[in-house]
Design a protein around this ligand. Structure first.
Ligand code: CAA
Length: 296
């Protein structure tokens, strides 16, 4: 099935990026939030990101304006009626996602494909809230969506082969490289990344090294663009904590268990970059300082 019009539910960090890359690739894109305030915040982020691409000459001023104009912001799910592909990027809560898909199922045209951007929840369990099991899959984008080249395409036991092909073609059309994975908690990337992120916190807890030395170890020794503690702050300590809980429940393996320090940081509201403090203090965002309290 050819995808001509895209819908994105949620205009937060991930949803805004997913909508942006669709619009930049030429797709008319409906993007929905639950309030005007959240919608404006998401659209503001898209505008900033487009401006960065334009400043660097990666897109022209006309392309920037045309991309933005392809976005149709809305508060109503009814506006997804004509979309060929609807990508969900709301809060990581299975009940909320199932409820949303149940509603969308009654609104979207029968041939429309549904996708979830979940990073760790079961796509199959979301699928069962709809009557379009064969047209349901995962499309997992990475943060920051406009820059990261990967999309995990998650097939369930019920996903139709032609639907999988359409999803792969869509990922390529928005400039990404797709990889195919089956519906197992964390898919490919988080299955490998989450234990690594958790282990970096365990290393800090055990006094293996300072925050800066642990990060420099992986940055300079392995060529990673960010050290693991910086990446924890970037993703959000609460987000990784939440993903680890889901994966621990799925696999019951120690490597997915959140370390005590992480749990306490979440309780204390030390969530990383977004809260101003995590493994680093972002009071001066251009010059983050290691949070020495955590090294004691
Ligand atoms: N849109 C457009 N441009 C952007 C941007 C955005 N959203 N974000 C950053 N940029 C630009 C910056 O303006 C900057 O431009 P200049 O080079 O002209 O200054 C450039 O990208 C590089 O940014 P920075 O200088 O701020 O920092 P950097 O060189 O470290 O690059 C990064 C930033 C691309 C994020 C890089 O650090 C990186 O790849 N980090 C790893 C990110 C990662 O692992 N993401 C996956 C997270 S896990 C996940 O998403 C899955 C999950 O389920 C949890």
């Amino acid at each position: 099935m050819e995808i001509k019009k895209v819908g994105v539910v949620g205009c937060g960090l991930m949803g805004s990026g997913v909508a942006q890359v669709a619009a930049m690739a030429g797709f008319p894109t409906v993007v929905r939030e639950v309030s005007n305030e959240l919608l404006s915040k998401g659209l503001g982020g898209i505008e900033k990101s487009l401006a960065k691409f334009a400043e660097k000459g990666q897109i022209t001023a006309e392309q920037k304006a045309a991309s933005f104009a392809r976005l149709q912001p809305t508060l109503k799910l009814q506006d997804f009626a004509e979309c060929d592909l609807v990508i969900e990027a709301i809060i990581e809560n299975l009940d909320r996602k199932r409820e949303l898909f149940r509603e969308l199922d009654a609104i979207a045209k029968p041939e429309a494909i549904f996708a979830s951007n979940t990073s760790s929840l079961s796509v199959t369990e979301m699928m069962t809230a709809t009557r379009r099991a064969s047209q349901f899959l995962g499309l997992h984008f990475f943060n920051p969506v406009p820059l990261m080249k990967l999309v995990e395409v998650v097939k369930t036991v019920a996903t139709d082969a032609a639907v999988l092909e359409s999803a792969l073609a869509y990922a390529r059309a928005v400039g990404k490289t797709p990889i195919v994975t089956s519906d197992r908690g964390g898919f490919i990337v988080n299955r490998l990344l989450v234990p690594y992120l958790l282990d970096s916190i365990r290393a800090l807890e055990e006094g293996v090294g300072t925050i800066v030395d642990i990060d420099n170890g992986m940055k300079l020794g392995c060529g990673h663009p960010m050290g693991p503690l910086t990446l924890n702050d970037f993703v959000g300590i609460d987000t990784t904590f939440y993903i680890s809980e889901i994966m621990f429940n799925e696999y019951r393996e120690k490597r997915f268990a959140a370390p005590p320090l992480m749990k306490r940081m979440v309780a204390a509201g030390m969530l990383g970059r977004k809260s101003g403090k995590g493994f680093y203090d972002y009071s001066d965002p251009k010059n983050p300082k290691p949070n020495r309290e955590l090294e004691r």
